[in-house]
Write a protein that binds this ligand. Structure first.
Ligand code: GDP
Ligand code: GDP
Length: 438
């Protein structure tokens, strides 16, 4: 688990510009799984060996369109402050202090978290120092001049941010051999209902286990001779705070749970269709190496075949990056198909831990060579010498090739498809790496 740095502020101050800048400055991890949406609201970043997750609260869509805009900004700020380890509060130096800035500042102060007040759009920092003074009135500490656009000040800022981060929470991952399952999804998708249905089943023996991380509570259920750990169920069990229904909160909660999970149950509200936010949550799980089972919940609410077909169409469109996932139509309310979840969890977890022998892998490579599909750029022609499995959970493979720069997205996709057609990776992401070898 990585510490979370939240970027907070009213719209248009330059939050996403800053997030992109930091992602470029620091060695933001280039994800190996494809299909990542362009519009990112979070990044895994690494500055001088300190890893953290940077979250742009502005990139998260407001829950309801009827939300009053400023109320939603304030809620996002509140939720961000609650969940973050460090807060980057961005204001616009070319405009000065606004009422909305003051409202965000009040929320942040309550949280008592390390906060940096970044006065953005000071593109000529030497000449604009006096602009900083008025921002002292916000009462959240010394204003720091930055220009997200030009990058002034971001390197120093990162030094100061990582100095305040807690150590990574990695050692908190428990290794007792019990399969860890996270229930994730947007607010209102039906996570709590599903959780209660699972706990209420005659076939589940339930025990609560002591919190392992900060405020996390896990629930272990026994089904026959198998055990499953439902991770970070505190927020699902009992909606304890007013933040539970905030998109940002569910995303950060999701991130924390995903980091400790082997398999993610992605709960979708079929009555509202699959949204961009669902897609983002799915990407979070995939990028972090979780197997996923997609639960199309509230299936009972779809009135007719037309509605059901439409739902499946949006699912196919939105989940193009994970055609390999298993889908289950359920109703957490009636219990429909809820018992079927476990077989899919088991098979996804099994495929996630698969080991493929080197000889089988290289047989595939030989077949691909004979098939003749390769990449040619001028006089250079891609040659793949050999491939080995370099990791499990999820399965990772390294291909040794003559020119790594020839590998493009479509070729990656082609190789992944061939791998999946040959071996059973249903339900799990796989990682492909390419290394140079002449
Ligand atoms: P957000 O709504 O807070 O995420 O703001 P954006 O990142 O979308 O930026 C809003 C506008 O401010 C965009 O037109 C940016 O190009 C501009 N902007 C952001 N940072 C800077 C900066 O450092 N200097 C200047 N001059 N413009 C900036
Ligand atoms: P969470 O925010 O993801 O934990 O969602 P909840 O479990 O609180 O559910 C949100 C609302 O959807 C509640 O009113 C539930 O009763 C309702 N709900 C959940 N699952 C289903 C379902 O399968 N069918 C129907 N009709 N309603 C459901």
């Amino acid at each position: 688990m990585k510490p979370i740095v939240a970027v907070v502020g009213r719209p248009n101050v330059g939050k996403s510009t800053l997030v992109n800048r930091i992602a470029q400055t620091s060695d933001a991890i280039v994800h190996e799984s494809r299909g990542v949406t362009r519009d990112r609201s979070y990044y895994d970043a690494d500055w001088c060996g300190h890893e953290f997750t940077l979250v742009d609260t502005g990139g998260i869509e407001p829950m309801k369109s009827e939300d009053i805009f400023s109320a939603s900004i304030r809620d996002q700020a509140l939720a961000a402050a609650e969940e973050a380890d460090v807060i980057l509060f961005v204001v616009d130096g070319s405009v000065g202090v606004t009422e909305e800035d003051e409202s965000v500042a009040r929320m942040i102060k309550r949280a008592k978290k390390p906060t940096f007040l970044l006065v953005n759009k000071l593109d000529n920092p030497d000449r604009e120092q006096e602009r900083l003074w008025e921002f002292y009135s916000l009462g959240v500490g010394d204003p720091i001049a930055v220009s997200a656009l030009h990058g002034h000040g971001t390197g120093d800022l990162l030094d100061d941010v990582v100095a305040l981060l807690p150590e990574s929470y990695e050692d908190e991952k428990i290794d007792d051999g019990i399969l860890s399952v996270a229930i994730i999804g947007r607010p209102n998708a039906g996570k709590s209902s599903l959780f209660n249905k699972i706990l209420g089943s005659d076939r589940s023996i339930v025990s609560n286990v002591a919190g392992t991380t900060r405020d996390a509570i896990d629930t272990v259920i026994e089904r026959g001779d198998k055990k499953y750990r439902l991770v970070d169920t505190a927020g699902i069990r009992k909606k304890s705070t007013v933040y539970e229904n905030i998109e940002y909160y569910s995303m950060v909660r999701g991130l924390r749970a995903i980091d400790r999970a082997d398999v993610a149950l992605l709960v979708i509200d079929s009555s509202t269709g699959m949204t961009e936010q669902d897609q983002k949550v799915a990407n979070l799980a995939i990028e972090r190496g979780c197997a996923i089972v997609v639960l199309l919940n509230k299936w009972d609410l779809l009135p007719d075949d037309h509605a059901r077909e439409q739902m499946m169409e949006t699912v196919e469109r939105r989940m193009g990056m994970a055609k390999w996932a298993n889908y289950l139509r359920i109703s957490a309310l009636t219990g429909r198909s809820v018992e079927k979840i476990w077989a899919l969890v088991d098979s996804a977890a099994q495929n996630r831990s698969a080991r493929i022998s080197t000889s089988k892998l290289n047989q595939l490579l030989t077949d691909m060579r004979e098939f003749g599909h390769t990449i040619v750029d001028g006089r250079r022609r891609l040659r793949m010498h050999y491939v080995t499995q370099t990791g499990t959970n999820p399965p990772a493979f390294t291909f040794f090739v003559n020119h790594t720069d020839l590998i493009n997205d479509s070729y990656r996709r082609y190789i992944e498809n061939r791998m999946r057609a040959t071996f059973d990776f249903k339900g799990t992401p796989i990682r492909l790496r390419f290394r140079k070898k002449d």
